[in-house]
Design a protein around this ligand. Structure first.
Ligand SMILES: [Zn+2]
Length: 103
């Protein structure tokens, strides 16, 4: 955790370039901390307010290029993810029976 203030860095560092590098490093460390907290929030969330939407790309000349997927969005924690309609659809619906379809 970074506790040194920007003002203290200005005193300790005489080179302006070093001050910006140090500030960037400080902000980057804060950013990474917040990202880790958001990741943890998404892992702990039971995704109670969950919606899903069917998506697809069909009509391709080569039928093997046709794809069908489901986009998921949790409105509690903000996590979003995509699954295939092929295999994971039934598994995920059992895990999240409260999910609501949006069109
Ligand atoms: Zn969630």
């Amino acid at each position: 955790m970074v506790t040194m203030s920007f003002q203290l860095l200005e005193i300790l560092l005489s080179n302006t370039s070093d001050i910006f590098k140090a500030k960037r490093k400080q902000l980057t460390l804060k950013y990474l901390e917040y990202c880790a907290e958001l990741d943890q929030l998404e892992k702990e969330c039971p995704h109670q307010d969950l919606t899903y939407k069917y998506g697809g790309s069909s009509g391709n000349w080569d039928k093997s290029d046709d794809k069908y997927w489901i986009d998921w969005k949790c409105h509690d924690c903000g996590k979003s993810w995509t699954t295939s309609q092929d295999n994971t659809w039934h598994l995920t619906r059992k895990v999240y029976p409260q999910a609501k379809q949006v069109k």
